[in-house]
Design a protein around this ligand. Structure first.
Ligand code: FAD
Length: 511
């Protein structure tokens, strides 16, 4: 069997960009469970943050990120991100990503909780698609091997060191082993844990589940970002209405037409995502509705159609002309701040195992991600995974404290069969969603543990994904129970305040 220098799991921005860098250092193989372009990346709308505009500085970007992180961002990691941002953007431009320009200068948009306009975008609101297509083309032109329809099922670890990965090749139905020196998890997030989500079908938390089973440390799983504005229409997937729409002046109104955000925050519609999300929920409860409205009818139609062509087209295809009518919206699960714990070189606690992108937890986002920092995080830390120089490698400085739990709490519950993912997603939405409480979290953790005991041995992609969803759900619920406070995206009715005793991370590890 051939041993690769790098095996990379996933073909979103994290997998493709890491592979393009890795091929300069050795042999590289990408395994991806669907087609090469099945990923969350291609759905990214708003863009990538970088402090490159006039009057902007890495320092301002640093502080916006740290404030959003609500006391849990690792400041060394944030400093690396903002310092290396401009160079990584230059790399993307060199690779051919066609960022939008005005009079020959890169156009910069403003998004919530950013002090300056600093969001680069492409095709108006089709940034992710342009990145995915450009990087995918470069990969196809390179000598990187790509195996599609190939689902990673187990990380092979011997004597504390990664030896390779097992994967199910859906085309042949056979289980293959791929030995490697370095295994990079680039498997994305876990949005599919929840009933309402902006995420694509691939976001089933596989990387976190595989890494946990292999003995890796998993951090910050209680922090799930819910995006305030996903379209809410019967029978329609909760398609994202980008933050940038509020950045351009979009107003939130309840079903009675009242603009409510000024009642909740001085930053109004541009308050941090968790604040807007909870304010919307309160208004929905108050008015007995399952939605509010995003109003951009006061903007010039040309601004809407040129700046948000993708959103405009999607809504029009569903019978709504957003230049004339308000957009029905409600929150949906969007981004997983937690994941496989890494240092600033992408290394996990298992030798040879790395994580990049949404599946990784570098400590950058802390308790809440600043909009448009995630694509940038991938570029900065993928580069460090591949270009880390063993001789120069040094441990990161001490970050925020950690609370390590070895093993998940034993739950003395009977085994109960789980028919499919819908029951799990509904439970997660209702009990482990935007507003949480100790009792309901405990009930959720018990229910998930009951299902866990009854899971059948997986045989195909959907059963492996169901197993990953269940384990990842358990990690989120247990971490949310452990954190007895409210902070960033984690809000508990029984502990509504932020506590100085909880300036630490919850780290879960197989016992
Ligand atoms: C609608 C939407 C809009 C967004 N907008 C923005 C934005 O404007 N700016 C921003 O910074 N961020 C945005 N985000 C977040 C950002 O897009 C993601 O965090 C980022 O794209 C994640 O990239 P990734 O490569 O880590 O994961 P993904 O792009 O999700 O790729 C994961 C890959 O791993 C593969 N995979 C998963 N499990 C396995 C397995 N077991 N075996 C083999 N392959 C596997 C998948 O098939 C996929 O190819 C948005 C997210 C969404 C959903």
């Amino acid at each position: 069997m051939r041993t690769y220098d790098y095996v990379i799991i996933g073909s979103g921005i994290a997998g493709l960009y890491t592979a393009l860098l890795a091929q300069r250092r050795g042999t590289a193989l990408i395994l991806t469970k669907g087609s090469i372009d099945d990923c969350n990346t291609k759905h990214a709308q708003g863009g990538i943050a970088a402090a490159i505009g006039e009057g902007d500085t890495p320092d301002l970007h640093f502080w916006d990120t740290v404030v959003a992180g609500a006391g849990l961002s690792n400041r060394d990691t944030v400093r690396i991100l903002v310092t290396e941002a401009a160079d990584r953007i230059a790399d993307l431009i060199e690779l051919g990503v066609p960022f939008d320009t005005i009079d020959g200068e890169v156009a910069l948009a403003r998004e919530a909780a950013h002090a300056m306009p600093r969001i680069l975008h492409a095709g108006g609101d089709a940034t992710g698609e342009h990145i995915e297509v450009t990087l995918g083309r470069k990969v196809r032109q390179s000598r990187i091997e790509v195996l599609e329809q190939c689902l990673a099922t187990q990380i092979v670890v011997e004597d504390g060191e990664v030896k390779g990965v097992r994967a199910l090749d859906a085309r042949t139905g056979s289980m293959e082993e791929f030995p490697c020196q370095q295994l990079v998890l680039a498997t994305g997030g876990g949005g599919r844990l929840f009933k309402y989500t902006t995420n694509s079908e691939v976001a089933t938390g596989d990387g976190v589940a595989l890494a946990f089973q292999a003995g890796a440390e998993i951090m910050d799983m209680e922090f799930i970002q819910f995006h305030p504005t996903a379209i809410r229409l019967p029978g329609v997937h909760p398609f994202l209405i980008s933050e940038a729409v509020r950045g351009e002046g979009g107003l939130l109104r309840n079903v009675e037409g009242y603009r409510f955000m000024p009642d909740y925050s001085p930053e109004k519609e541009l308050a941090p995502r968790d604040v807007v999300t909870r304010s919307m929920l309160y208004e929905m409860q108050k008015t007995g509705s399952d939605r509010v409205f995003l109003d951009i009818t006061h903007l010039a139609p040309r601004v809407i159609t040129t700046r948000f062509p993708h959103i405009y087209r999607f809504c029009l295809d569903h019978g709504l002309d957003i230049t004339k009518g308000q957009i029905p919206v409600a929150p949906a699960a969007h981004y997983m701040m937690g994941g496989v714990k890494t240092n600033s070189w992408g290394e996990t606690n298992i030798k040879g195992l790395f994580a990049v992108g949404e599946t990784a937890c570098t400590g950058l986002h802390g308790a809440n991600r600043l909009a448009s920092n995630s694509l940038l995080e991938v570029l900065v830390f993928a580069k460090r995974v591949v270009e880390r120089d063993i001789d120069k490698f040094s441990e990161d400085g001490p970050g925020v404290g950690e609370l390590v739990h070895c093993g998940l709490p034993r739950r003395d519950v009977p085994p109960v069969p789980l028919a499919g993912s819908t029951a799990l997603q509904t439970l997660m939405w209702e009990n482990v969603g935007i507003i949480r409480g100790g009792d309901t979290l405990d009930q959720a953790a018990n229910a998930i543990a009951s299902w866990e005991k009854c899971l059948e041995k997986p045989v195909d992609r959907s059963s492996y994904e169901l197993n990953s969803l269940v384990l990842t759900a358990r990690l989120v619920a247990e971490a949310a129970l452990i954190r007895q406070e409210s902070r960033g995206a984690h809000f508990r009715t029984d502990f509504p305040e932020t506590s100085p005793d909880w300036v630490k991370h919850v780290v879960l590890k197989k016992g």
